[in-house]
Design a protein around this ligand. Structure first.
Ligand code: RTP
Ligand code: MG
Length: 157
């Protein structure tokens, strides 16, 4: 039995400031993942610390906390089969110089300190991160099937 899972994705402040939110969302949408939550927000200190708790104590942690709060992010929850790993595959490696061409980070970024996008690294991380940024009532049941819409419409006219 195969089921859908959810992941937490964020266009980081550099991606928002550079005006490439649409390009980044498009990569996930055209893959076929459903957007079930989407909003722009300014990350609070509490949210930043909760999100990056695993990195506390590492040399890059202070810069990371500053980076994620340096402007608004566009936060989203994607749903689909194997979406956690699949979204990370589309994002590419943490360091854009190591990321495969065609991935978001290879195509849109140059430095790991400004790598434009975040994606959860496991289903457990996703559940934890979604709760930091979204209330359950902000998540929508996105059926996302054009043929369903067409048939439903045609059956009702
Ligand atoms: P993310 O959490 O943002 O999706 O990225 P990731 O899993 O590929 O990488 P992770 O190890 O979780 O690191 C989180 C973010 O911290 C910044 N970083 N800087 N200066 C450094 O050595 C360094 N290492 C990581 C990156 O912005 C990375 O995305
Ligand atoms: Mg990570």
């Amino acid at each position: 039995m195969h089921t859908e899972e959810r992941t937490f994705i964020a266009v980081k402040p550099d991606g928002v400031q550079r005006g490439i939110v649409g390009d980044i969302i498009k990569r996930f949408e055209t893959k076929g993942y459903k957007i079930v939550g989407l909003k722009m927000l300014q990350v609070s200190n509490e949210q930043a610390e909760a999100h990056y708790a695993e990195h506390k104590g590492k040399p890059f942690y202070p810069a990371l906390i500053k980076y994620i709060q340096s402007g608004p992010i566009v936060a989203m929850v994607l749903q689909g089969y194997n979406v956690v790993a699949g979204a990370r595959h589309l994002m590419g490696a943490t360091d854009p110089d190591s990321a495969e061409a065609g991935t978001i980070r290879a195509d849109f970024a140059q430095l790991k300190e400004y790598n434009v996008v975040h994606g959860s690294d496991s289903v457990e991380s996703a559940e934890r991160e979604i709760k930091i940024y979204f209330n359950e009532n902000e998540l929508c049941n996105n059926g996302k099937s054009m043929s369903e819409l067409v048939i439903e419409h045609l059956d009702n006219v």
